[in-house]
Write a protein that binds this ligand. Structure first.
Ligand code: GLC
Length: 628
């Protein structure tokens, strides 16, 4: 790119600053305005934004411009994501370059590197305990390697997402080390208490995230006589976002990473960022103000970059992360659709889509402003049964009993269950128990394979492909978690690894089996069938522009309890996506589908006409169609 003269760069910065100023300063003023030194903080932040912009490489500034012109770049139907640990997928960052053909063969246009910044030594919660935000995990490579790979990805039209852990740092992070040594400035970066009184008061209303292996929310350190807020593990110290210096430091880090060629920042564990006595300290209004302010900073100094919020909370609590209400269009661009994931597994177990339809139709708007979902069936974390008592009750169920049933079903204990999973963080105090397990094992492939039951294997394959089709058609960016495109089973080896044995989530964080991947084109085994099935789904998604994420998503009820229906209401015509959640044939009236806006009888998913003998559409077990 030809160099734009310096003065023009300043003018562009001034324009970007002016455009986003109304989104930024009122938030910061409300959060920090009453504190001494606020004016100096504002000046430092402006200076940091200016410096980051000045340092932004020309190639990325060109991308900024391109995305100004095409703000819907991440909403298009050609977006499809793949999520992996660098070491488990490719060994190292450089090694990844040899694997890009594989990803492109699958149809991937977005990759999420699981935590890749320098973690603390030993158990690091899968890298979410970061000790240096400016360095790449040395086991993966260097920052230079990272930049090189980011550039290669960009050349291939693949967007890059990385994690930015906002709620906590590792206790080995330099700030925490200084704090532990008694440095008052850095002690104020964290939440530290001289007596247990406040921690005890807060604890009355807090929930425990890891009740099993990291109970409580505070840790006492006898060597410096303080109680430290540690929501997750002992080694993850919660940051004090009420301190404007934390905002400033993290903004600098965020923009530094943005300038290395990142497209999407996954903001980890955002719900926990603000603490308020007497509450669960999750999703407090200030969290949204902080996220809007961080978003504005990116729009000013690294405008090509978007934000993906990780807020695994109840539906009504999740939507504000996509900027609903007060922050409409100004907060996250993407957020995980946890409910869709939970409801998929719920309906699969019960063979009943009633609760799924109710929850998705009643709690979620049919469209969002400049934002969408990251849709997924499995990820690196456990499945928590985020079904509220109210929603269960609305469908005539007892919430606690239903959640319990789902855990039993997916653990595999429930009579007749096809699933093979394992429990995560059982909490005897609340009765809560979550589930770990790979997509394929939870969907029945492990049990079916062990039993040598070909029919059951086929049903499991169909369940898996239905799940992939669901997230591809729903609206948002479908994320495929490494191995799920090959129907990878549970990996039990974590049980002998001292750093992982306590954390059953490693059961679904396998090492890529490149031997299996090599025969994907021809293999008749489930791995090959699933790979080719997913590739076809993504190809058909790409070809169906009506699946653009800005196309309204309307969840509609059917008279078939086992069928889930989503109408994507595009100006060019409706795409009616139908999914059969049972192992029986399901039948729907052609007239009903026409009443939903379907004009032809074409299946965009298989790109073939749909036969309607006697005015009936027949969906095979776990069948799926995208009717247009
Ligand atoms: C997020 C991550 C999870 C991690 C937690 C704490 O929820 O997805 O893996 O344990 O944050 O950082």
């Amino acid at each position: 790119m030809a160099k734009t003269p310096l003065r023009a760069q300043d003018e562009i910065f001034a324009l970007r600053l002016a455009r986003s100023a109304p989104d930024l300063w009122p938030m910061l003023e409300a959060l920090y305005g009453a504190q001494a030194g606020y004016a100096a903080f504002e000046a430092s932040l402006t200076e940091a934004l200016r410096k980051s912009w000045a340092a932004r490489p020309a190639g990325l500034k060109l991308l900024d411009l391109k995305r100004d012109l095409e703000p819907d770049w991440f909403l298009r139907s050609d977006m499809a994501g793949y999520v992996f640990y660098i070491d488990r997928f490719a060994g190292t960052l450089r090694g990844l370059l040899d694997k890009l053909d594989y990803l492109q063969d699958l149809g991937i246009t977005y990759v999420h590197f699981m935590p890749c910044l320098k973690p603390r030594p030993g158990d690091s919660d899968g890298g979410y305990s970061v000790m240096d935000y400016a360095a790449i995990n040395p086991a993966y490579g260097t920052m230079a390697d990272f930049e090189f790979v980011a550039t290669e990805l960009r050349k291939r039209g693949i967007s890059l997402c990385i994690d930015l852990v906002l709620n906590h740092t590792a206790k080995e992070h330099d700030w925490a080390v200084q704090a532990a040594k008694g440095d008052a400035v850095h002690q104020d970066y964290y939440l530290m208490y001289d007596s247990p009184d406040l921690p005890n008061q807060y604890s009355r209303t807090l929930v425990e995230v890891f009740p099993d292996n990291a109970p409580g929310n505070f840790t006492y350190y006898p060597d410096f006589s303080k109680w430290v807020w540690t929501t997750f593990n002992e080694h993850q110290w919660d940051l004090n976002w009420a301190n404007p210096q934390v905002f400033l430091e993290i903004t600098k880090i965020m923009l530094h990473l943005a300038n290395k060629g990142v497209d999407v920042l996954r903001l980890d564990a955002v719900a926990f960022m603000w603490k308020r006595m007497g509450t669960r300290c999750q999703s407090e209004p200030e969290v949204h103000m902080l996220l809007q302010a961080l978003r504005a900073c990116c729009r000013i100094a690294a405008p090509a970059v978007i934000h993906l919020a990780e807020a695994i909370v109840a539906p009504a609590e999740m939507l504000p992360y996509l900027g609903r209400g007060r922050h409409d269009g100004r907060e996250g661009n993407l957020a995980y659709h946890n409910s869709l994931m939970v409801q998929f597994w719920g309906a699969l177990a019960t063979r009943d889509t009633g609760l799924m339809t109710y929850v998705l139709a009643s709690h979620f708007p049919d469209r969002l402003t400049n934002a969408s979902y990251a849709t997924y069936i499995r990820c690196h974390d456990d499945i928590g049964w985020a079904i509220t008592d109210e929603d269960a009750w609305a469908k005539g169920m007892n919430g606690a009993a239903h959640r319990n049933y789902l855990s039993d079903f997916y653990e595999g204990d429930f009579p007749g269950s096809f699933s093979e999973g394992t429990l995560f963080q059982e909490n005897p105090a609340t009765g809560d128990k979550r589930i770990s397990g790979s997509f394929a094992s939870l969907a029945g492939l492990e049990k079916a394979t062990e039993a040598g039951d070909e029919g059951a294997v086929d049903l499991a394959v169909q369940r898996i492909l239905m799940g992939h089709a669901l997230i591809a058609g729903f609206g948002g960016i479908p994320l495929i978690y490494m191995g799920d495109e090959l129907a990878t089973l549970n990996d039990y080896s974590y049980r002998t690894d001292p750093d992982h044995a306590h954390d059953s989530r490693w059961i679904h964080r396998p090492v890529m089996d490149w031997g299996v991947a090599a025969s994907r084109a021809t293999d008749d085994a489930p791995s090959g069938r699933v790979f080719r099935g997913v590739r076809d789904i993504l190809e058909r998604r790409r070809a169906t522009s009506a699946l653009h994420a800005a196309t309204p998503t309307r969840v509609v009820g059917t008279d078939q309890p086992g069928v889930f229906a989503v109408a994507r209401v595009a100006p060019t015509g409706t795409v009616l996506c139908l999914y059969n959640f049972t192992e029986n044939w399901a039948h729907l009236g052609e007239a009903w589908t026409r009443a939903q806006g379907v004009s032809g009888m074409h299946d965009a998913l298989s790109d073939a006409p749909v036969a309607t003998p006697g005015g009936i559409i027949a969906l095979p077990p776990y069948g799926r169609v995208w009717l247009t």
